[in-house]
Write a protein that binds this ligand. Structure first.
Ligand code: NDP
Length: 288
């Protein structure tokens, strides 16, 4: 049977480190703080806001929340983001998306200062990721994937990695990060031919397609490490991933569960980014 790579031990270890680092920064006069912006009242956003706030507070990060009605104007939203950019007591901003259709998502993301872009939504963060420079931050879910593999001692260098999904939030950044760690990476999408056979060639299979249990037995081969990023609900209303975990467990070396896997680690990575952003800002101020 496959080893189940649970998120909880990864979070506990990370939180111990973050609490110490946050205390250090607080003692030097700067308490790491995250601002969360929610527009509208979607259940998903509210659940993510609660979980992000809880996780950040557990890691010693202060949280400031602001809620706008779904009818908020783009200028008002951008004005608030600029206010946060100027606020020295805020080190990271989490903007819950998608935004309502009357708002230009890219214009709003672009308003955020790259040094406070703790969820990698600006073009600066993307440039940082693709040029391997520390500008902004990687999207939290993509980094959660790498942190999970590292925590469980899974070697990446020299391995054949297959990423199914090419979104800017997950598929593309995780592919870049695996490549940066010397994996040989194939990225698959809806136009990919022979998807099951490509997936079977993977040593590390990362799946982010957004379809409940889409990857079944024909996608797997013995000894794989399978990272399931999907968050879906099956016909009974139970949360499940993009991978059929029961089938995957029969042949894989290791599988991340849903729930209890990458999703939880994502919010811990968010807290890590806020603490890091606070540290980077403090270094910059000290050097001036
Ligand atoms: P998107 O819908 O933006 O992207 C899905 C990707 O999967 C696209 O690139 C698409 O290809 C590809 N895809 C869809 N169907 C198929 C198929 N049948 N065969 C091959 N490729 C396919 O989703 P996200 O990347 O935002 O999210 C993916 C999943 O991850 C979702 O379940 C989401 O809930 C979850 N998620 C989890 C997070 C966490 O914290 N754990 C955070 C973010 C997302 P194409 O480009 O050709 O359309």
């Amino acid at each position: 049977m496959a080893e189940i790579l649970k998120g909880r031990p990864v979070i506990d270890k990370l939180n111990d480190h973050l609490k110490n680092r946050a205390d250090e920064l607080r003692a030097k006069g700067s308490a790491p703080a995250l601002a969360i912006i929610r527009v509208g009242d979607s259940e998903d956003d509210m659940a993510y806001e609660r979980s992000a706030a809880k996780c950040c507070e557990a890691a010693g990060v202060e949280v400031k929340r602001r809620h706008f009605p779904a009818s908020v104007g783009q200028d008002e939203l951008i004005g608030y983001i600029r206010e946060l950019n100027r606020d020295a007591a805020v080190h990271g901003v989490l903007l819950l998306r998608p935004l309502p259709p009357h708002i230009d998502d890219r214009a709003v993301c672009r308003a955020l200062a790259p040094e406070k872009d703790v969820d990698g939504i600006t073009e600066y963060s993307m440039a940082g990721l693709y040029s391997c420079k520390k500008i902004g931050f990687a999207p939290c879910t993509a980094e959660a994937c790498i942190d999970m593999l590292d925590h469980y001692g899974i070697e990446i260098a020299g391995k054949r990695a297959v990423v199914v999904g090419r979104s800017f939030v997950v598929g593309k950044p995780v592919a870049m990060m695996l490549l940066e760690r010397d994996a040989t990476v194939t990225v698959c999408h809806t136009k990919t031919k022979n998807l099951p056979s490509i997936c079977r060639e993977a040593d590390i299979l990362v799946v982010a397609v957004g379809h409940a249990k889409m990857l079944g037995r024909e996608y797997f081969s013995p000894g794989q490490v399978i990272v399931d990023i999907g968050i879906n609900f099956d016909e009974t209303g139970a949360m499940c991933g993009d991978v059929d975990c029961d089938e995957a467990s029969k042949t894989a070396r290791a599988v991340t569960p849903v729930p209890g896997g990458i999703g939880r680690v994502t919010t811990a990575v968010l807290a890590k980014h806020v603490v890091e952003a606070c540290g980077r800002m403090m270094n910059k101020t000290t050097k001036l």
